[in-house]
Structure formats: C-alpha cells, structure tokens
Write a protein that binds this ligand. Structure first.
Ligand code: F55
Length: 841
C-alpha cells in the first residue's frame, strides 16, 4: 500500500510507538495527562466526570494500540472475516468492561484512589451506549464480546444514532419518554472522516445496450447522502484481540449540487437538505417486535446496508482475488431481516457495477449470507410496500422481482402441480398495495437460516417458514441457541460471586470456558461455601435495596424474597399476569388474620422495562403496576409482606445491579411466543431461581439445570392454538380467581376505575389472545410453591449453586463457536505469538 512507511524508516516508528500503561503509576500519569491537556482541567477543578473522562481516555489509548495491531494482524493473516450486520448494538457502559478485559481494573482502582476518587463513582459517570431496544440488540453486544474473546476476525456494522433508546420517566404512574442524547462526550468512538461512502436514494433506472452489445443498467440521479464511519473498539477478555464495531453516521454529501445551491443563494433549502440527510441516522426506532413500515426506517436500513457492503467489497478488492473467492473471504450474518437489503445490494454491486453475470453473482451472494430469525410474532415480520421501494430504491425493486422470478421458476420446476405453493412462497404478497416479504427474501438469499432456541427453531420450520422447508429441505434451517457473555453478566455485574467461584475452582479460567462451572457441584454440601454464597446474594439484594431507596425514596426489606421481572413491556411477555398475581396476593393478605400473616414469606415484587411509545396497552400495564404499588406499599395491613416496585429506565447498566439481586425472576411469556429470552440465562447464572413457562430457552435451561431447580407452569406451546380457538368457539369462562382480581380493580381499589378497562376486556371479551386466564391458576399455585421452597434456605442455596454449576452451555462463546463452525466457516486467529511478545515487554 502506498501510504505505508518505507522499510528503512520503520525502526524509528517501532522505537516510539506507544506501549500502553501497565502499572498504577503509569496509569495515573496517563489519566492526569489527559485531564490536564486533553480536557484542559486541573486538580483544582477535577470533578468525577472529569476523572471519568481522563480514565476513559487512558484506557482508550491502551485499547487502540491493541486495536491497531489486531487490524494489522487480521489483514496480514488474510483469512475469512465475519461481518455482523445489526441495526442495534446495546453495548451499555464501556469503561468497566475495558478495565476488566485488559486485566487492569485493580490498577485503575488504586490509581484513582491515589487521585482522590472511588472507582465505582467514576464508572457510574458513564452514559450507557443504548443503541438498541432489548434482547436482539443486547445479543449483538454479547456476540461482539465473544468474537473478540475467541480471536475471531469479526466486525460489527451498525448505525451511529444520535439518540439511543429513550429514557423512561414515570410521572403520575404513566411512562414519559425523554430523548437520549448521548454523544456529548463519547471517548469510545473514533471518527474516520477518511472512510466514507456515498449512498444514493430515489432517481430512476436507465437500461441500454452499449457499443459492444452489452446490456447496461444504471441507476441515475436522485439524492446522495454520505455515510461516515465511526469506529468503536471491542476488546476481548484476556487476549490482545480488539475488534471493530463500525457505526455509520449520515451527512449531506458535499457534492457539487449543494455548492451550487449555496452559491446561487438557496441557502435555506441547502440547509434543509443537510438536515434531511442527517435525519437518517438521528434516532433509533423504539419498537421491539413491531414493524410499522415508515419510509425513514427503510432509508436507515438501506443507508446502513449500502455503506457496509461497499466497505466490505472495497476491502475484498484490495486483496486482488477473483470474485469467485468472495465467500471464502467474507461471511455476513443478518441480525433479523432489518439488513435484508444487503442481499439485494451485493447482487447489484456484482451485476451492475462489477459486470458479473446474474447467476455467477447470485451464487456468490447466497454463499455469503446467513439469516437469524428472532420472532414468530406476525406483527414483527417485516414487509415493505412495493410503491415505497419503487420510489426510494427503483433498481433494487427490479432486482427483487428478478430474484423472485428465478426462485419461483425453480420451485415450479420441482413442484409442477402445486400452484398454491408459488403464491405462498412468493417474495411478493399480492395485497393492495403489494408488499415485499423481507423474511422470504432473506431465506432465499442466504445459505443458512437459524432460530435462537430449540423450540423456536422447530416452530419456524413448522409454521411461518414451513413451505421453505418443503422447497429447500430441512438442512437449510438450523438452531443456534442464544448465549450471554459471562464477562459482563457474571464477572462485571457480580464480582464477589465471580471471585468466590474462582477461589473454589482454582482460577478465573471459567470466564473463558464456562463449562468449568461444573467443578462447583462437589461443593454443594460445603457449609462454609454455602454461607458465603448466600451472603453474596444478600449483599447484592442490599445493593438493589439501596438503589431503590435512592431512586424511589422508600425502603424495602432485603430479607424479603426478591421477585423480579425486567424486560420490554409486551402483552406476550405477560407482565399483566404478574401484576394480576400480585393483586391476588394482596387480596389474600388483606383477608388474613394477623396470625396467618405471620406465616407468610415477605416479598418484593420488582418490575422494570420500557413500553414502545405508541404501544398503548403496554403503557396501560405500566400504569397499573404503578397504581398497585401506590396502594399496596402504604397499606399498614401489608407492611413488609408485599412491596411493589417499578424501577424506571431499565437499561444495561441497571441490569448489572438488578440481575445479581434476584431470588426469583419471571420469564412467563405465552408458550411459543418468546423466541429465546436471554435474561433468563443471566439471572440463573447469578444464582437466582426462575419461574417460567415452557417457552424459548427456558426449556433448554430446564434440561441443563434439572427440573427440580426451576419453577415451571402453564400451558404448552402445542396446546396454545386449540385454546385460542376454544376461547372463541367453546364455552369459554374466565378463571374465577382472576375475575375476583378484575372486580377488585373495577371497584377502584387502585384508582382510575376506567383506566384499566381495555386490559380487562381484552381477556374477558376479546378472546384472551395471550392465555392469561388459562395460565392464572397454575401461575399462582407455582408462586405458592416458591414461598414454601424459600422457607428452606439451605435447600434453596443448594438449588442455586447446582443451577450455576450447570449453566456452562449458555455462554455466548459456545454460541459464537457454533455459528463459526456451522454457518460462517471461519477459524479463530492465532494470537499466541502476540501474547508472548506482550509477556516479555
Ligand atoms: C426490534 C425491532 C424490530 Cl422491527 C423487531 C424486533 C426488535 C427486537 O428488539 N426484537 C427482539 O429483541 N427480539 C428478541 O431477540 C432475542 C435475541 O434473540 C430473543 O432472546 C427474544 O426472545 C426476542 O424477543
């Protein structure tokens, strides 16, 4: 490459290239240098935020040294790379994670203490990077952590939203959304103004035959928006690998067109153009499991896909290989259907821009992509209207039609008598207006399709993608059960438990090979160990109780059973079932004598989660939880026996406090609706029990930890359809205990008699789609069993330890290795030499 320094001058570079700090003094020197020079502050005006900034900049320098080396090493190795395309990366905070991953948290702790700060306070200054909604976005973040830790050459590609998921406040019991402007000071990103891609929208397609008689297709005019790269380093744990997350930011292109406007006095309209361009990467859509078909969302998708694909192709072309080798060098994973246009864009690049034949190009495309499905809910399956695509991306629509034509012809050849099948598998839905079914396009354009837990992967094969199993055979469809990174979700969130485990099994190796947790099982009868185990859980509950005290202003008893449900608010996740159960419990307490009350297990019911701003029913559920809390928490008959807490603004950094503090957590979706769930894994890994339905990964968790260590209830997925049918056509009666709960609400016990009408009528009159009534008995009975079980603390702790010991399967490392072996066909890079060099210096 012409920009590299000539061989004979490299000695000077090597001599002066920074090595990064390793000792406390070196850390302090770096941090103080940044505070005094980069930030222009002094010891006379260094608050916690400035101390955070200085610390973050010092660690950033360290990461970037390793980042540079990793990128050089990966380019040099010239191996296949994986690109993970996700519209969401829910990263949370970076500093704590960076400190732990490079193994220098204690150094920083001591250094900060020298400078007058407590490390916890400094870590808490950081704003979460909240570029995601929930499980899907957090999964992408766990995957990045595992890919770096396992030394895979892998990049994430996403959008650099100016506003992440909104901040939630509760006012008078209602959710209020506050914009999350997070970029004021973000030391973790590196703007790459030299890395940009011009992305085209609108315009028209010109087809003609050139002088040599070749068909030329060109997409002309329209508007151009520039994508600029911002790189975020992703450090692996205990390894020199630092991978890259590349986020694109949109800006008006600085093409001649705009200059012309400025010069001719059209200042205002030029500014308007500028703002329209910047709008593309301005805000994360706050819907989870709902797609609403907005044009700006489609623009985001194409903008990001096009920028990423051109970046990937540019990198491939530098290698001077033949196009036929593309998929030996590049694997691209689609995180849900949001990046499906990448399939069309690659085909367009190969055919229109690089001049390959259609079939040759299509072979390359399909061997490059893999598609992960995260939902079977019909309202979440993406469809875009044909007129919308026609207008915004005219050439892409033609390509989609051509892909569909070829596909349908091949289906017709194989199933000549099945005309209905053609209509069912067509990418185009023949509705008014016509719609493009993105999941079908993703299946047809990929070589593998996977679900995220066993049940879910079976369900997609037998329901929504049934016809494609018929067309392609079953082998195109596979399962990769989700996982979580034990670095953030055990070591970082629960350092004391991590330390206790390490002391028992002899090292921290389990953080890299989570199956080593099974070495804990022999200690389940060790009295001293059990005591420490229980003490740590208690300390974590005290920490959460303090958080509740400071944020909500009231105290809860840390000795009570902590029952926690934190996740996005959604009818299918059934927070309503939980709160109806709480009301049922409240009514029972009210009807008891003081003696009877004495026998009860005190409980704190904790809720947290955001509702999509336009999801009215979800907001009603939040409102009810808060109103129940207001009444129950000040009822003198109840006292400590029951407290109801709604924690505001649930996010990744709050999860790190909440997850280690549960005795029980709730994963109670209607069977067959939650694709996997990942917080279930986090809670169990931190020694909590779970109450759950036979849904998503709960099923595999049960298989691993044993039925005696989980509280399961409710109807099975295979019975859901019949039950729903019965609600409409059978002699459907709402569960009488639930009716009493409804009567209690309707009496105005929790104020606002009218406010909760729709929640109740959805169950009583409109078919109870999520089977709340059908599962209510079983749910309440199981909660009673939990109370009984909790009374025997010794047996409880045994369950807790046994469960943790058996959770090895659920690390995202296992999950990433499965993707690497069965879908991406990539190998980790050897970093032994680099580790050795580092050990010597
Ligand atoms: C966001 C935007 C759209 Cl348009 C659709 C869905 C989402 C979203 O946030 N989905 C999501 O979080 N899905 C979840 O993915 C997790 C990881 O696989 C699963 O564990 C979880 O079951 C699933 O609901």
């Amino acid at each position: 490459v012409e920009s590299s320094i000539p061989e004979h001058m490299r000695e000077a570079w090597k001599k002066f290239s920074p090595k990064g700090f390793t000792t406390k003094d070196e850390f302090e020197s770096e941090a103080v240098k940044h505070i005094e020079t980069t930030l222009a502050r002094s010891l006379f005006n260094c608050d916690e935020l400035a101390a955070y900034s200085g610390t973050a900049l010092a660690f950033r320098d360290r990461l970037i040294i390793d980042w540079n080396k990793t990128q050089q090493r990966q380019s040099f190795a010239d191996q296949k790379r994986l690109y993970y395309l996700s519209l969401e990366f829910l990263m949370g905070r970076a500093l704590d994670n960076a400190m732990l991953n490079v193994g220098l948290k204690n150094v920083a702790k001591d250094g900060l203490a020298d400078l007058g700060f407590r490390i916890e306070d400094i870590i808490a200054q950081e704003h979460d990077a909240a570029l995601g909604n929930g499980g899907l976005g957090r999964l992408a973040a766990c995957f990045l952590d595992s890919m770096a830790t396992l030394n895979y050459a892998a990049w994430g590609y996403g959008l650099r939203y100016r506003y992440g998921i909104f901040k939630q406040e509760i006012q008078d019991g209602y959710q209020v959304e506050i914009p999350d402007y997070w970029l004021d000071f973000n030391p973790w990103e590196f703007p790459r103004h030299d890395v940009s891609v011009d992305v085209q929208f609108y315009g028209w397609v010109n087809k003609y035959t050139n002088d040599e008689g070749k068909q030329i297709v060109s997409w002309q005019d329209g508007e151009i928006v520039t994508a600029t790269a911002y790189d975020v380093p992703v450090p692996g744990y205990g390894t020199p690998t630092v991978n890259n997350l590349r986020l694109w930011s949109s800006k008006a292109s600085s093409g001649e067109f705009d200059f012309a406007k400025f010069n001719s006095g059209e200042y205002e309209s030029a500014v308007a153009d500028e703002q329209r361009a910047e709008t593309i990467s301005a805000v994360l859509y706050p819907n989870d499991n709902l797609e609403r078909g907005k044009e700006l969302r489609l623009k985001q998708q194409y903008f990001w896909c096009a920028a990423s694909l051109h970046d990937i192709v540019r990198r491939f072309k530098k290698s001077k290989r033949k196009w036929s080798e593309f998929s030996d060098q590049v694997a691209i994973q689609l995180n849900d259907t949001h990046p499906t246009l990448a399939i069309v864009e690659l085909q367009r690049i190969l055919v229109d821009m690089e001049g390959l034949g259609w079939d040759e190009a299509w072979t390359i495309v399909t061997s490059t992509f893999g598609y992960t499905n995260h939902t079977v809910l019909p309202e979440a399956l993406e469809k875009w209207s044909v007129p919308l695509i026609q207008n915004l991306l005219p050439r892409h629509l033609q390509i989609i039609y051509e892909i569909n034509l070829q596909f349908l012809q091949s289906v017709e050849k194989r199933f000549p008598k099945d005309r209905d099948l053609l209509g069912r598998v067509s990418i185009i839905e023949e509705s008014q207006p016509k719609m493009v079914r993105m999941a079908y396009l993703a299946i047809i354009g990929s070589h593998k399709v996977n679900g995220v837990a066993e049940l879910h992967s079976d369900l997609i094969k037998t329901t929504i993608f049934k016809d494609f199993v018929k067309v392609y055979g079953p082998d195109k469809f596979t399962n990769v059960t989700n996982g979580i990174t034990p670095r953030r979700w055990l070591h970082q969130a629960n350092p004391r438990l991590s330390e206790l485990i390490a002391s028992k099994i002899g090292s921290y190796e389990f953080l890299k090979d989570l199956t080593l947790l099974n070495k804990l099982e022999p200690f389940v009868d060790d009295k001293e160990f059990k005591k420490e185990w229980a003490e740590i859980k208690y300390a974590n509950k005290v920490r959460l109780a303090q958080h509740i005290q400071t944020t909500k202003g009231y105290s809860v008893n840390p000795k009570a059973l902590f029952d926690i449900q934190v996740k996005r608010i959604h009818e299918y996740k059934r927070q309503q079932l939980n709160i109806f159960g709480v009301i049922h419990r409240y009514m029972a307490i009210k009807s008891m004598s003081p003696e009877e009350r004495k026998k009860l297990v005190p409980r704190v019911s904790v809720f947290g989660g955001k509702a999509a701003p336009g999801y009215w029913m979800a907001k009603t559920i939040i409102h009810l939880i808060n109103k129940v809390g207001e009444v129950v928490n000040k009822d003198p008959d109840v006292g400590d026996l029951l407290k109801v807490v709604f924690l505001e603004d649930y996010n990744v950094s709050k999860a790190e406090i909440i997850v280690p503090a549960s005795d029980i957590s709730e994963h109670i979706s209607t069977a067959g609706t939650e694709a996997s769930g990942t917080s279930n894994m986090k809670f169990v890994l931190n020694g909590g029990m779970i109450i759950g339905t036979l849904d998503g990964a709960n099923i595999e968790i049960t298989r691993e930890i044993g039925e005696q260590n989980i509280f399961l209830f409710g109807n099975l997925s295979e019975d859901v359809e019949d039950l729903r049918h019965h609600h409409f056509y059978g002699d459907y009666k709402v569960n009488p205990e639930l009716v009493k709960v409804f009567d209690c609400i309707k009496k105005g016990t929790f104020g606002d008699e009218g406010a909760f009408g729709a929640l109740i009528s959805g169950i009583v009159e409109h078919g109870d789609y999520y089977l709340v009534s059908d599962d209510f008995n079983s749910y309440c009975q199981t909660q009673d069993l939990i109370d009984e079980a909790y009374k025997d603390q010794d047996a409880w702790v045994t369950k807790s330890i046994t469960s943790v010991a058996r959770m090895g399967f659920f690390t995202s490392d296992r999950c990433i290795n499965e993707y690497a072996d069965t879908i991406w066909n990539i190998e980790p890079l050897d970093v032994a030499e680099e580790k050795e060099v580092r050990a010597r210096t």
